[in-house]
Design a protein around this ligand. Sequence first.
Ligand code: SF4
Length: 445
Amino acid sequence: MENKKVEVLEEREDFVCYNKKGKSGVFKCDTESVSGAVSQRACVYCGARVVLNPITDAYHLVHGPIGCSSYTWDIRGSLSSDKEIYRNSYSTDLKEKDIIFGGEKKLTKAIDEIVLKHHPKVIFVYSTCIVGVIGDDTDAICKAAENRHNIRVIPVKSPGFAGNKSTGYKAACNAILNLIGEKTDEQKIHAANYLGDFNLAGESWIIQSYLKKLGINVLAKITGDGNIDELVKAKRATLNIVQCAGSMGYLAERMEEIYGIPNVKISFYGLEDTRNSLLKIADILGNEDIREKTLKFIEEEESKVKKDLEYYRNRLQGKSAAIYVGGGFKAISLIKQFRELGMETVMVGTQTGKKGDYDTIRSLAKEGTVILDDANPAELEKFILEKGADILVGGVKERPLAYKLGVAFCDHNHERKHALCGYVGAVNFAKEIDLTVNSPVWSYL
Ligand code: SF4
């Protein structure tokens, strides 16, 4: 892709792609997957569950066949400092008879049973594909259950066919807004909400510890290690710090409109983005003391990891990486992180990146980098081989593709058990890349 030519076309809705011979096609993003082309994207319900599941004391009731409920905490791995309720999953287990006669009675019974046995504060009710088809009135059932039990029962409209994973993120954000409720006259609390971190391997705790050292308190964690009480208070915060803008950018914007809370989009992956994010937060808060503390903190933390990162940089210099992740913000950070390790990114793609993300990716990527949106396995394999990548970074669905091709793999998704954010995460990341890229196993293939 030739940067000079692309700049001329900035105002266009889609990007025009160039190869050495000139214009070669139109790059589209943020659109529905093409039927029959196969996609790596998860469904709407999965997107909604990804966002809401980490709320530690909420009950999650899946209204649909039991298969949809296979998406549970076990394949998510967000950690809790308190309640463990979110590790359970409930289902109405719809069968053929329910599809014919409707599943409303079963849903009512399931809600009543959860209330009777567990006394929940909040139940999220997810409607999956078949419920979208048979048309059960989940809104009315949830409302009636709220009145009957005097608790919150929040419908999450998430039939898999109703869009893509991004649609599910939006459905989850709307459910959170429903929980937070209307604007009130309550006094603001001098603290920030932390959005879009799902506390995988305790990552939210790492970032909160940084913020605490700088004198910034976190009011509500949305949603990793979050709980109902703090979510209800979230409207009183003075700032929203957004880590995963792909899933939570919409919520942050709506919270600005409804409650007047400004937001800042950041990323804590890699030294460069961690440094820039901390400074961005300090600047927004406009407090000279916090800014000074931030500068000192960055200097100290960077010097602690410098030696380790130099060691890995020497071992990885000149290697090349392919990236295929969920959202644009992570892809952007990973390009920079590989650059910090002396590696070049030769392929980069996302499931749900937006035009703005791809603009940034284009500005960071070297000429010749393959940029993909909503790719399928065959496309990923083709470009990994064609570009000669030494490693693929992705999620659980991409792992077998890499191993099948004899290419190293790094899991940067929900299932990992070690933190990859902040300073400690930068070293963990470099160590993992070194372990897999320089593993002797590849020489036997
Ligand atoms: S696509 Fe439909 S049936 Fe499949 S998991 Fe998603 S909601 Fe359930």
